[in-house]
Design a binder for this molecule. Structure first.
Ligand code: SF4
Length: 330
């Protein structure tokens, strides 16, 4: 079937596909589906793999020992790229973007270029003197903050993120609420992202949002706008953990069995491009994690003269099953 690609020539991802798992492209074809681009409206900017945490589920294996971060020169190239095309959403992620020294330069450059600028945070990195000026910058540009917060059970969350992570996250959420983020009527949006703390699929977004809202208010008097739930992607440190605990095969089977054909149309890779810390384009952050670039060579943002048109193919791998399981990762 045209428009669907599996392993791409020259991609060299180094991630072997598990034996006995039907290639994702074959599953799509069996359902008569295409995974091709729609009109691109979102640019996700990965500022690098440096992070203060070392979360068990991290598909990028980010951590304190990683040195890959976006330089000011690459940021300038990304800003120029975002200026050349009409993106509706600009989404800054990491690692922990807060730890990248030139993040304010990137935020200042991107803010005027799209109606919506998102900044991802693990919350605990929003600490220290620099966070005050970063928060002031976010307030000035009405940046939407998207905070990872896996569980309202501190011992479960700390098991995934490290001891003390929940306490630091709650302190940061309280500071954000005090500044108006997540508070009704301010227009300052604070969203949470939750992912399961083990090798299972998330509960429905609606159910989880209701529980998080009640728990956060009751336990800590913390408010937020929306909660998004995502399945963990079997890559990076999460894949290593699955293999070590002999959960890999079972988890993949859960994802494959949970394949939901109706999720394909809304997959984020249809409308998003992801740029790596060194300025190269990928179809999504997961393809970026494994180095599976579209086409037969890596393309730098400074070279791009047109966005992939509707109908352009998207590079896929077995981890795509994490995006199509249950209600999907859209
Ligand atoms: S991992 Fe998900 S977002 Fe990325 S190409 Fe596959 S289906 Fe699309």
């Amino acid at each position: 079937m045209s428009g669907i690609r599996e392993a791409l020539p020259g991609s060299g991802t180094g991630v072997s596909e598990a034996a006995g798992v039907e290639p994702f492209a074959d599953t799509l074809a069996r359902h008569g589906l295409f995974l091709v681009r729609d009109r691109v409206h979102t640019l996700q900017v990965n500022t690098g793999y440096l992070c203060n945490l070392r979360c068990r589920h991290c598909h990028l294996e980010a951590g304190p020992d990683r040195e890959e971060i976006m330089s000011r020169e690459t940021m300038a190239a990304v800003v120029s790229f975002a200026r050349r095309f009409p993106f509706q959403v600009l989404d800054v992620t990491g690692g922990a973007p807060e730890l990248v020294p030139d993040l304010p330069f990137l935020v200042e450059g991107l803010a005027p270029l799209a109606p919506r600028l998102l900044l991802r945070t693990n919350l605990s990195a929003l600490d220290g003197a620099a966070s005050e000026s970063l928060l002031a910058l976010c307030l000035a540009h009405r940046v939407v903050l998207v905070a990872s917060f896996p569980s309202t059970n501190p011992s479960q969350a700390d098991a995934q993120r490290g001891a003390g992570a929940t306490e630091a996250a709650i302190a940061a959420l309280k500071r954000l609420n005090a500044a108006g983020y997540g508070v009704e009527g301010t227009g300052l949006e604070l969203d949470l992202v939750s992912n399961p703390v083990g090798a299972f699929l998330p509960v429905s977004q609606k159910t989880a949002e209701r529980k998080f809202r009640t728990d956060l208010l009751r336990k800590w008097e913390v408010a937020f706008n929306h909660l998004y739930t995502f399945a963990n992607v079997p890559l990076g440190r999460f894949r290593t953990w699955l293999l070590r605990t002999e959960n890999h095969e079972r988890y993949l089977k859960t994802l494959v069995d949970g394949f939901n054909p109706s999720a394909v149309e809304r997959l984020m890779c249809r409308t998003l491009l992801s740029v790596s810390w060194d300025g190269f384009l990928y179809d999504c952050d997961f393809n970026l994690a494994v180095g599976r670039h579209p086409g037969d060579r890596k393309v730098h943002v400074s070279e791009v003269r047109e966005l992939p048109p509707p109908g352009a193919p998207i590079a896929v791998g077995e981890y795509c099953y994490a995006c199509t399981a249950g209600s999907g990762f859209t």
